[in-house]
Design a protein around this ligand. Structure first.
Ligand code: NAD
Ligand code: LMR
Length: 327
């Protein structure tokens, strides 16, 4: 039996937490032979902690063989103690008519505090994945607090956008979605994100050989992917949860398997013209469990360069908005 991985999850009694936890505990994130200990953090509010107890009761009632322990707490020092993975989901979601950046003032400070504590008490091999919005900038805030853990341990989720893009391309091409590959998300998890369709492949062929409708790609496709979160809020009255939990499973799962290529938001190294101080969605290749390299060299035409410039500008502006929380 392998040693259990310690997984800290914030916002564990929230919508995403509810959809995510049974899947982590069943082995969907770390594999069918990897036991886990769940360290569940909620806000220090009676109602939230009570709800967390209910979630833990349900996890007990699932009798998952891989679930080797649960810690329920409102103390970040307890939740992140020795954590190998810290999944930072707990934050306010946006409502109708809001942009994710509108959450910065409320949510930014959560990531300041959590970044500090993770750096102090998490495991030597700690990895952090940020979901709470605005995810890229919150990730940057948390990473800026770390003195021990290097910046590349802090990633933010754009996998939901990649999954959305994959499905939209498959529908347009009339193929099974497993035929779509190399569709990567650049930039911010916001409507400015760029799903770089020109580098995608369908059934191993260049996308443009299969989808010739360039106008659709440049407008409807980019808009549908970029505004999907708002469309779900409008339809459901609440932000995406099942698909967000699923994307986080994909994000972490693919970061644990060498050779996987996927989109994550990482500290920019200047590739594709991103400012080196922001966290931007990029194509990466997993090189070892929890480690990755940015895949450079995908060609970008003028349209793609202009889209990347817009999303980069937004990230730089978000960084300026939270300057007082950094470092
Ligand atoms: P939710 O309101 O259902 O749950 C959030 C939970 O976090 C609540 O239970 C709350 O008590 C808890 N919480 C708040 N502050 C906390 C703190 N300091 N420490 C620990 N827990 C805390 O929201 P949700 O639907 O689960 O969404 C969570 C976040 O994820 C939101 O910011 C949402 O916008 C974001 N999100 C991101 C993506 C993405 O693709 N990056 C996708 C979907 C949702
Ligand atoms: C999403 O993309 O569904 C999430 O970021 C939630 C939101 O606010 O759109």
């Amino acid at each position: 039996m392998k040693t259990p991985i310690k997984v800290a999850l914030t916002g564990a009694a929230g919508q995403i937490g509810y959809a995510l936890l049974p899947r982590i505990a069943s082995g969907a994130m770390f594999g069918p032979d990897q036991p886990v200990i769940l360290q569940l953090l909620e806000a220090p509010i009676e109602k939230a902690m009570k709800a967390l107890e209910g979630v833990a009761m349900e996890l007990d009632d699932c009798a998952f063989p891989l679930l080797k322990g649960m810690v329920l707490t409102d103390d970040p020092r307890v939740a992140f103690a020795g954590a190998n993975w810290s999944l930072l989901v707990g934050a306010k979601p946006r409502g109708p008519g809001m942009e994710r950046a509108d959450l910065l003032q409320d949510n930014g400070k959560i990531f300041t505090a959590q970044g500090l504590v993770i750096d102090e008490v998490a495991a030597e091999d700690a990895r952090v994945a940020v979901v709470g919005n605005p995810a890229n900038t919150n990730c940057m805030i948390a990473a800026s607090k770390a003195k021990r853990l290097p910046a590349d341990r802090f990633t933010a989720m754009v996998r939901l956008d990649q999954n959305r893009a994959q499905t939209q391309l498959a529908k347009k091409a009339g193929v099974d979605l497993t035929e779509v590959s190399e569709i990567f998300i650049y930039g911010n998890h916001s409507p400015t994100m760029f799903p770089a369709f020109d580098n995608a492949k369908i059934g191993g062929k260049a996308l443009r050989e299969v989808i010739s409708d360039r106008a659709w790609l440049e407008t409807e496709f980019c808009d549908t992917v970029g505004k999907r979160g708002a469309a779900i809020i409008a339809a459901r009255g609440a932000s995406s949860a099942a698909s967000a939990a699923n994307a986080l499973l994909d994000h972490v799962h693919d970061l644990m398997i060498p050779g996987k290529v996927h989109s994550i938001a990482v500290k920019s190294n200047g590739a594709y013209g991103f400012d080196p101080e922001v966290w931007a969605g990029m194509p990466v290749r997993t090189t070892a469990p929890g480690a990755y390299e940015v895949i450079e060299g995908y060609a970008m035409d003028d349209f793609a360069k202009a889209k990347i410039a817009v999303t980069n500008k937004e990230l730089v502006e978000e960084r300026a908005m939270v300057a007082s929380l950094l470092g």
